[in-house]
Design a protein. Structure first.
Length: 153
């Protein structure tokens, strides 16, 4: 009959080996996530369309580099603002209503199928744009991604 201490020592070795394997896998996963996270950030910055991400509260939480070039705002200036600052003043009240309707029934939408849109740059100049929306659901809420492409004026 085997000694109980030998069984316990063998069990402890197996448990330690299992934890080591799990830890190595977790480190590998973390490194992969970091690599993919960096890749995701690089891709979103390099996309040739402007991207705006708004929170459930309707405030801009992130923009990409193309947005900065297209609209003339530095991301620190626009983050925390309502997207209506990018809409011609005459249609801002309607935009607030449309944004609320979208938040009640989010989904992928090509807004330019129904109408032409104009956007306002920081310098006040208006440009024609195509807009597509899509929701992103993560544990802390639902975010809206707006992809904006400048069209010919």
């Amino acid at each position: 009959m085997p000694d109980d201490t030998m069984i316990l020592a063998e069990d402890a070795k197996a448990i330690i080996e299992r934890y080591r394997t799990l830890a190595e896998a977790a480190i590998s996963d973390a490194e992969s996530w970091l690599r993919h996270g960096a890749l995701s950030r690089a891709i979103s910055e390099a996309i040739p369309d402007a991207i705006i991400v708004t929170s459930q509260a309707g405030l801009i939480v992130w923009v990409n580099a193309r947005f900065e070039l297209m609209f003339g705002y530095h991301r620190s200036e626009i983050t925390g603002q309502a997207p209506e600052v990018l809409v011609p003043e005459a249609v801002r009240p309607r935009h607030v209503m449309l944004r609320r309707e979208y938040s009640e029934d989010p989904g992928v939408r090509d807004l330019t199928e129904r109408m032409t849109f104009r956007a306002v740059r920081k310098n006040g100049a208006e440009i024609n744009v195509m807009i597509r929306l899509g929701p992103v659901v993560i544990p802390d809420g639902i975010y809206t991604i707006a992809v904006i492409r400048k069209t010919r004026d």
